[in-house]
Design a protein around this ligand. Structure first.
Ligand code: PLP
Length: 435
């Protein structure tokens, strides 16, 4: 393997030329366009286990795993079988099926703080619905979010902090009306005092606080449990609903996500990604008093043509049952810690200002040296070194999400052999980044 030789991207380049005429930026979701790392995005031909192949026939160890959903890798035999078997009876009916009951019963039997769920088709839809539910249930309209947490492309959450002393947000995307953005207050993570002051001041207007309890969409900016606990207590004290957006952390850091890991329970939770076994599924859930507000039981309208799609439900159930096996999360975390520690010791030895931050089977390359990052503003915005690393890894058979703000995922089929191989390639890559 020649570490300097770029892989062939001819087939991907040709496909990208066509896709650019079909989709904005040539893609159906922005980060796929490789804009931050540069170069042509790879068009994927297939995946199997921990591996991906692009249309030029290059093979990669995949740490993107479809941005998290594939916790058992590509084409897991049980998930595959569940999909095929269910599909034989038809793809969608727009009427209830037993598959919805099966998946909901399984989830509810293992997650103690929710009584009922509603299935939707994406994480964004889950969050959007959860926010509406919080507003409908409390009769209040403002919401609080944290800088550095991503919750999908929901209008109310495409908001960044206002400048100066103004706590009310301004929109971070064209097309989001300022009066709506103004209903969202943006705070920094890990700052209890500011949170306390804000909730105290606006408690009569704030319906909910939404947080990624494991912030993993803008680097991996792990919070102290004490911050999450304070948040829980303040919300309870002021009659504000706490929403844990566990679209990425649910079924990932523990079966019951961060809520289980930290033993802190939200009022409303959102799920997605892993829950659908690679098919488009999201959900939101809460205690029955809160869920009783959702239509047709209550006045908060929310619906979906393909919600609870039987094929997706069956795929999700097959996937989650494997996650529910004994010691699954312990083993996932152990394997990931070994992988991460190995690379981190290497970086210390060679004095490289890089640290792999991890929790469960999520990891992130922090190019901030040993500094512990707990707020979005602390992340070094210069991603030159990550971008170099990304290019090196692609040329040598390791696929990471194409942005230094994105995390990587270890699946249950990334075994020690595969992780050792990846670790070797990553070490070479880091050396070449800094030489
Ligand atoms: C991925 C993600 C979303 C959005 O989910 P989509 O399925 O992409 O709409 C929302 N919240 C969090 C925490 C996520 O990681």
């Amino acid at each position: 393997m020649n570490i300097n030789e770029p892989i062939c991207r001819d087939a991907s380049k040709a496909l990208f030329e066509v896709s650019k005429t079909l989709f904005p930026g040539g893609v159906n979701s922005p980060v796929r366009a490789f804009k931050s790392v540069g170069g042509t995005p790879l068009f994927i031909q297939k995946g199997d286990g921990a591996f991906l192949w692009d249309e030029d026939g290059n093979k990669f160890i995949d740490f993107c795993c479809s941005w998290g959903p594939l916790i058992h890798g590509h084409n897991d035999p049980q998930v595959f079988e569940a999909i095929v078997e269910t599909l034989q009876n038809g793809a969608s009916f727009g009427a209830p099926t037993k598959h919805e009951n099966n998946l909901a019963e399984y989830i509810l039997s293992k997650i103690p703080f929710i009584d009922k769920l509603r299935f939707v088709s994406s994480g964004t839809e889950a969050v959007m619905s959860a926010i509406r539910l919080a507003r409908g249930y409390t009769g209040k309209s403002k919401i609080v979010k944290f800088d550095g947490c991503y919750h999908g492309h929901v209008d109310s959450l495409m908001v960044k902090a206002g400048s100066g002393l103004v706590t009310f947000g301004t929109s971070s995307s064209a097309g989001v009306p300022e009066p709506l953005a103004h209903e969202t207050i943006v705070l920094s993570l890990n700052e209890v005092d500011a949170l306390e002051k804000c909730l105290e001041t606006y408690k009569d207007e704030i319906s909910c606080v939404i947080i990624e309890p494991v912030p993993a969409n803008n680097g991996l900016i792990l919070q102290d449990k004490s911050f999450l606990l304070a948040l829980r207590e303040l919300c309870t004290k002021h009659g504000i609903l706490l929403i844990f957006d566990e679209v990425i952390s649910g079924f990932r850091v523990a079966f019951g996500g961060a809520a289980e890991l930290y033993n802190i329970y939200p009022d409303i939770v959102t799920y997605g990604k892993i829950m659908g076994g690679g098919l488009p599924v999201g959900a939101y859930g809460a205690k029955k008093e809160i869920m009783a507000c959702v239509s047709p039981e209550g006045p908060v309208y929310q619906a979906g043509t393909l919600s609870g799609n039987p094929v997706a439900m069956a795929a999700g159930l097959a996937q989650l049952k494997k996650c529910g096996s004994e010691n699954f999360y312990v083993n996932q975390a152990k394997k990931t810690t070994t992988f991460v520690n190995e690379i981190n010791s290497f970086c210390s030895e060679k004095n490289l200002p890089v640290e792999l931050v991890s929790i469960g089977s999520i990891f992130w390359f922090s190019f901030n040296g040993k500094k512990r990052i707990q707020q979005a503003a602390e992340i070094d915005s210069d991603m030159t070194n990550f971008n170099k690393l990304h290019g090196h890894l692609l040329n040598n058979g390791v696929y990471l999400g194409p942005s230094g703000y994105e995390v990587g995922f270890v699946s249950s089929v990334h075994d020690h052999l595969i992780l050792n191989e990846a670790s070797k390639i990553i070490k070479q890559g880091l050396i070449s980044c800094f030489s």
